[in-house]
Ligand binder design. Sequence first.
Ligand code: DC
Length: 215
Amino acid sequence: MIVTIDGPAGAGKSLVARMLAERLGFRFLDTGAMYRAAALAALRRNVDWNDESAVAAVVAAAKIESLPDRVLLDGEDVTQAIRTVEITKLTRHTANNPQVRRHLVALQRHVVAAGNYVTEGRDQGTVAFPNAECKIFLVASPEERARRRHRDLVARGETIALEEVLAQQTERDQSDSARAAGPLIAAPDAVEVNTDGLTPEQVVDKLVSVARNKT
Ligand code: DC
């Protein structure tokens, strides 16, 4: 069985998707980590960001593994390296690149072919797994999402103002929603869950009952 969780940055997807996978006894795939690792691969090769084919070629040649507890790029643990503000900004160059998206969606399907999975991203219920048995679209207000991401960044030692996080988030929301390939959009058969004011545990309780209703 496949459960897809899509939604904008900061809606709380990562944490609750992980917790949901644990509760259901499923494996977990963080697809955002793949777009981030792809951006890190291109950055390290000094690729011209305007050359979409060159970016796609570097990504296709890289070995990207999004494991439940860490992310590997050509075998190196880049779990921390892909979470910086710089990589978060640069990831639009891989996320908005149709060739990169085709490659990473194929990789996601290959990984998920084996076993029960909770997959998390922007296009999981629409493009990657349109036949998934259970699709969830998580939403939250822009202010709450920015507050959560700001808290995470500060906890990781980054110095950044809340206003800056909100501005970057608005930019990313627009870029994620406007792209032609794999835009951020709810699948028609997705269940929308608003996480405003809910603890992760409360969100997961809701999601478990949504998932159980689909089995
Ligand atoms: O969820 P995240 O912040 O780690 O995602 C990083 C970026 O990758 C974000 O800009 C959206 C993009 N992304 C995407 O385009 N498609 C996905 N399936 C997952 C993430």
